[in-house]
Write a protein that binds this ligand. Structure first.
Ligand code: NAP
Length: 226
């Protein structure tokens, strides 16, 4: 969508071959320029230089979208604390790390939007995915504070909480009525950025589902298999 509006784009991801393919595709779709750089979310020491290089290359950054993540098998995390730590790093600590640098750069710029994809899983810990959920919940709480801090500098912070989305991450799952297509979630994200929202479920009906799930008392919730 941004490419068709002739945007300058800067993509960071770990698969250089796919980065190159996506770059070519975005140029065909109308992007004015597409820069790419390899990025491993868990190489924390590289983050500062990478973020600074992206901001220097683009000059002014209107929108940052943080969208990396991994969905671990909870049982594997239960059996191995190193697996748990890696997943917490990918879904939580790495996001906090890059946001720390991006926030400082945006604060200097005094404008822009920082959008992060978290998850409904961060709203309540469930036995089936609480490592992933805890990492996402940490990022959402971090974003609340960051939003308050950066509002003084004219920078907007947006927390997007999708429900089930049909992407490579969920390829093994059976799909049903609650599932959304990534194109639909992308539309919601773009609209929310334009409206300068701070927070949104995606799609919006997850607000009602999560309000109910969050209100179930712990004594009852512990007996439910979710
Ligand atoms: N799909 C859902 O139902 C759902 C629901 C709620 C929230 N989300 C969140 O939505 C965001 C996008 O996920 P998706 O559904 O689009 O799944 P996806 O297609 O698997 O995208 C996740 C991306 O994260 C990248 N990534 C993982 N670990 C990385 C690392 N260490 N360094 C750099 N990149 C790394 C992956 O790179 P590779 O391609 O190289 O593996 C992949 O491109 C994630 O934050 C996810 O948690 C998804």
């Amino acid at each position: 969508m941004y490419a068709s509006e002739k945007a300058n784009l800067y993509l960071l991801a770990r698969n250089e071959e796919r980065l190159s393919l996506i770059k070519n595709d975005l140029m065909v779709r109308g992007a004015s320029a597409v820069y790419t750089h390899p990025f491993d979310a868990n190489d924390f020491e590289s983050h500062k230089a990478l973020m600074e290089e992206a901001f220097t290359t683009l000059g002014k950054v209107d929108v940052v979208l943080v969208a990396h993540g991994s969905l671990p098998i909870q049982e594997e995390c239960n059996a191995d604390s190193l697996k748990t730590i890696t997943e917490m790093n990918t879904n939580g600590v790495s996001v906090v790390s890059i946001l720390t640098h991006i926030a400082n750069l945006m604060e200097l710029q005094k404008s822009g939007n920082i959008t992060v994809i978290t998850s409904v899983a961060g709203d309540r810990g469930r036995q089936s995915n609480y490592v992933y959920g805890a990492a996402k919940g940490m990022v959402s709480t971090f974003l609340q504070g960051l939003s308050q801090r950066l509002s003084k500098s004219g920078v907007h912070v947006l927390d997007i909480k999708p429900g089930f989305v049909d992407t490579p991450m969920t390829v093994e799952f059976d799909k049903g009525a609650l599932w959304a297509k990534p194109e639909k979630v992308a539309e919601i994200i773009k609209k929310r950025i334009e409206k300068k929202s701070n927070f949104s479920y995606a799609p919006a009906f997850w607000f009602f589902i999560m309000t109910i799930i969050k209100s179930v008392p712990r004594t009852i919730f512990d007996k439910v298999k979710l």
